[in-house]
Design a protein around this ligand. Sequence first.
Ligand SMILES: Nc1cc(-c2ccc3ccn(Cc4ccc(CN5CCCC5)cc4)c3c2)n[nH]1
Length: 239
Amino acid sequence: MKVDIISIFPDYFAPLGLSLVGKARTTGTLDLAVHDLRTWTHDVHRTVDDSPYGGGPGMVMRPEPWGQALEAVAGPGATLVVPSPVGKPFTQADAYELAALDHLVFACGRYEGIDQRVIDDAADRMPVREVSLGDYVLFGGEVAVIVIMEAITRLLPGVLGNADSLTEESHAAGLLEAPVYTKPAAWRDREVPDVLRSGDHGRIARWRRTESLLRTAARRPDLFAAYPPEHLDKQDRKA
Ligand SMILES: Nc1cc(-c2ccc3ccn(Cc4ccc(CN5CCCC5)cc4)c3c2)n[nH]1
């Protein structure tokens, strides 16, 4: 997968050189390049922002540098992803969709956002997705891109050691996962649930299922309400 990131803070993406994302880059699974938006400014001050038409707080990112940057970076077959407080909430389903694409270009805004004409102009040439990471306001798109890149990269072939981790995932299955435990069996007078040490895999699977349902009902009534009733068997109804 080819990914290009455009930002006025290219150093923000150093974390994408570490750990499993870094490994995906060295193995060639992920071809990632980060570009400084100021490359496409031509004034002595390398200006990327200006005051908002209509007034209002802060500054807005100028369209010219973005227009030239996207022409240079987003060729045919690219999809533009723009983190934004007003975007569509980003979900695991979106991560799967983006992970299946050949070329992603991320536009990281700062200040109060990017001139809307940049998005509208790009949408004439390529698919554009404005995505929100949640109902809170960040300083810019960079942190959102790091999160999105983690969510996508772990879905790429060969990145996760044990592919089972993907099938067991909660958000993939619509429920929150059960609690996890490891050695020691007792720690600060707290015991690991006996069922998990029983070796009875059927009983263990039922226990985990029950814990997932209870957790989801308690913490994410929205997910629980959306969980297809046909996926609940009579054993679950006893929970
Ligand atoms: N999920 C999520 C994503 C973001 C996010 C993503 C990209 C950018 C680029 C700039 N900002 C800062 C930013 C933007 C808009 C306002 C709101 N202003 C009110 C009046 C005009 C606009 C404030 C501050 C971002 C924030 N935040 N949260």
